[in-house]
Design a protein around this ligand. Structure first.
Ligand code: NDP
Ligand code: PYR
Ligand code: MG
Length: 597
């Protein structure tokens, strides 16, 4: 009735003609003895069929399938799938393509009265159908990034408890001490490669939002998938809810976090230690991205863990790379060299000092002495210009404290230092006043003005102000996007200087090589790679970053340069593929429906 024979390579199985359809063939293989065989098939084909069968067995069936966002295709389920998977009649009869579904999503989205409603709509789509969510996001990245990310995600975090629908990610509180491993094991996906974690103390420039900061890890990870093709099942957003010092939240009945003041000191550190160890136990080698921690903890945690586990701090290191890349591009317009710049930062926190240190590393790599490199970077914090006579400086700030007269505010610092570039990372809106912008324009033919604070409401100036008060000569970038500006018959295209150009590519490179650590050099190569991807036509429009529509390509190139660092430094835990770019490209997930049967 049937026969199984072996030649040199393959096992040959003869199966009846009606069994060639994969699903029934797979079923048949489970019951092989009772069937007649007439068609030849190879072992490779059979194992493929068995894999499909296993996948089918794992798939939820019936109504559960429609409710599962990982597998749901909604009206795109085929006729055959509707029959075999028990959903016939549970959907309207018309089978739609993903393109038609996208049309419907966009029509509904654009009907929403404001951006927060659009955010809620997109998040609900993510809850229903992840494939469709990521496809819509990827294909409309310029329109939708401001919705799922800054600025709208900032508004969403401010109102998180009020717009809350379904839980996402994992929440860990001090009461979970001693059982974090068990909590991580509750996550339904077992192969986690990347975690974005916050404790909610400095959410964008909005301050302490406690557990409501969960919108940030969720948003960043959505961008890992859209911008770098890291499959969503490999990532996990986590909030360490250690309390909040935000009184308004503590008094808000709809606040989603624990009602206590922030945990600090040794107990906080012990919780973090347990968290990092638990991640390495449950998801060995997973990349931990620290995001939007308060200043003191951000630097401390990075210093503590950077040489021990695979981790980085996006606000310190990712921001540094995107800003350095922006400077490289801006210098292609002004014609200057990095070593000749006087860069004045408003804000000497995570973003500012992180960028300063990366600029110093870049200059040292170019052969400039460290002392000289440091003198390119100047900082103003909430107390004024950072100079060596100040006695209130932290160790991180002191590294940039120069022997120089003190200036109490930004305007006087600009007058004294005569910077070629002004970089806002203070989280304080409107700090680049018309007078300061005009002074920058008086000092420089093409002043470099980066207002990087997020969200838009916290930007140091608007794009319109930057162009207007510099007579249209500013080379401008902002952390959150601004629309093109028309001024005196000219059209200006503000660039978005945001770490979203960096972290997806860095993450992809790290996880593709299974790098054990994330050294600073990875951010340096990421910055250089990003800057190289800005072409002449971008610069002619005043754009110092590639358009977001090229973000997958950007992330791929950054990933390759980052993985090269991992291999060169002996940090990679995977053998080096012959063609690294092809290998990384092959790992990138493209959101499209799988045929289940
Ligand atoms: N575009 C992007 O990709 C990114 C943007 N950011 C944005 O940068 C901003 C800052 O973030 P981060 O560096 O992490 O925050 P930090 O809290 O670490 O640092 C803020 C800095 O701003 C200074 N500052 C606050 N108020 C004033 C003021 N009135 N005048 C002068 N300086 C002031 C603080 O001074 P002091 O030290 O004296 O307290 C501090 O040095 C946020 O808005 C964030 O959204 C951050 C990461 C990425
Ligand atoms: C972009 C970002 O990481 C921030 O504003 O914190
Ligand atoms: Mg951040």
């Amino acid at each position: 009735m049937y026969s199984i024979s072996f030649d040199d390579q393959d096992m040959i199985i003869r199966v009846p003609k009606e069994m060639v359809e994969p699903y029934s063939l797979a079923r048949f293989l489970g019951d092989i003895a009772t069937r007649a065989l007439t068609k030849e098939t190879s072992f490779a084909e059979v194992s493929e069929v068995i894999k499909r069968q296993k996948r089918l067995d794992e798939l939820p069936k019936g109504i559960e399938l429609l409710r599962n966002p990982d597998f749901n295709k909604s009206t795109a389920f085929t006729e055959k799938e509707r029959d075999i998977l028990g959903i016939r009649g549970l959907l309207p009869p018309k089978v739609h393509t993903i393109q038609e579904q996208m049309m419907r999503v966009l029509e509904n989205l654009r009907r929403k009265p404001n951006d927060l409603e659009k955010y809620i709509f997109m998040i609900s789509l993510q809850d229903r159908n992840k494939t469709l969510f990521y496809r819509v996001l990827l294909e409309n990245i310029e329109e939708l990034m401001p919705i799922v990310y800054t600025p709208t995600v900032g508004q969403a975090c401010l109102e998180y408890g009020h717009i809350f629908r379904r839980p996402r990610g994992i929440f860990i509180t001090p009461q979970d001490k001693g059982r974090i491993v068990n909590i991580l094991r509750n996550w339904p996906h077992k192969c986690i490669r990347i975690i974005v974690v916050t404790d909610g103390e400095r959410i964008l420039g909005l301050g302490d939002l406690g557990a409501d900061g969960m919108g940030i890890p969720v948003g960043k990870l959505a961008l890992y998938t859209a911008c770098a093709g890291i499959h969503h099942s490999l990532s996990l957003p986590i909030t360490l809810d250690v309390g909040t010092d935000n009184e308004a939240l503590l008094n808000d009945p709809l606040y989603i976090g624990i009602r206590q003041k922030r945990l600090r000191g040794p107990e906080y550190d012990a919780l973090l230690d347990e968290f990092v160890a638990a991640v390495n136990h449950v998801f060995p080698g997973a990349l931990i991205q620290f995001e939007d921690f308060g200043n003191k903890n951000a630097f401390r945690l990075l210093n503590k863990y950077r040489d021990k586990v695979c981790c980085f701090n996006d606000d310190i290191q990712g921001t540094a790379a995107v800003t350095l890349a922006g400077l490289y591009s801006a210098l292609r317009i002004t014609g200057g060299a990095l070593k000749d710049q006087r860069i004045l930062f408003l804000g000497a926190g995570e973003a500012g000092l992180g960028t300063g240190e990366l600029i110093v590393s870049a200059l040292v790599a170019e052969g400039v002495a460290e002392e000289e490199a440091r003198r390119c970077c100047w900082f103003v914090d909430s107390k004024g210009l950072i100079v060596s006579s100040r006695e209130d400086l932290t160790e991180h700030k002191r590294r940039f404290a120069h022997d120089h007269p003190f200036a109490p505010d930004l305007l006087s610092a600009v007058e004294l230092i005569k910077p070629t570039a002004l970089i806002g990372v203070s989280g304080r809106p409107g700090m680049f006043t018309p007078e300061i912008l005009a002074t920058m324009a008086r000092i420089n033919e093409r002043p470099i003005i980066f207002a990087l604070s997020n969200p838009t409401s916290n930007s140091e100036c608007t794009a319109e102000e930057a162009y207007r008060y510099t007579d249209g000569r500013a080379i401008f970038a902002s952390g959150s996007p601004f629309e093109p500006v028309e001024w005196q018959d000219k059209k200006f295209y503000p660039a978005q200087g945001n770490n979203v150009y960096i972290f997806p590519g860095v993450g992809l490179g790290v996880i593709a090589s299974w790098s054990r650590l994330v050294p600073d050099e990875m951010f340096y190569v990421a910055a250089k790679t990003l800057a190289q991807m800005v072409d002449k036509s971008d610069l002619e429009k005043g754009r110092i970053y590639p358009p977001l529509t090229r973000i997958r390509d950007v992330s791929l190139r950054i990933a390759v340069s980052v993985a090269e660092v991992a291999y060169r430094r002996g940090l990679a835990n995977l053998p080096e593929p012959e063609d690294l770019e092809a290998h990384i490209r092959s790992l990138m997930y493209y959101p499209d429906y799988e045929e289940y049967v």
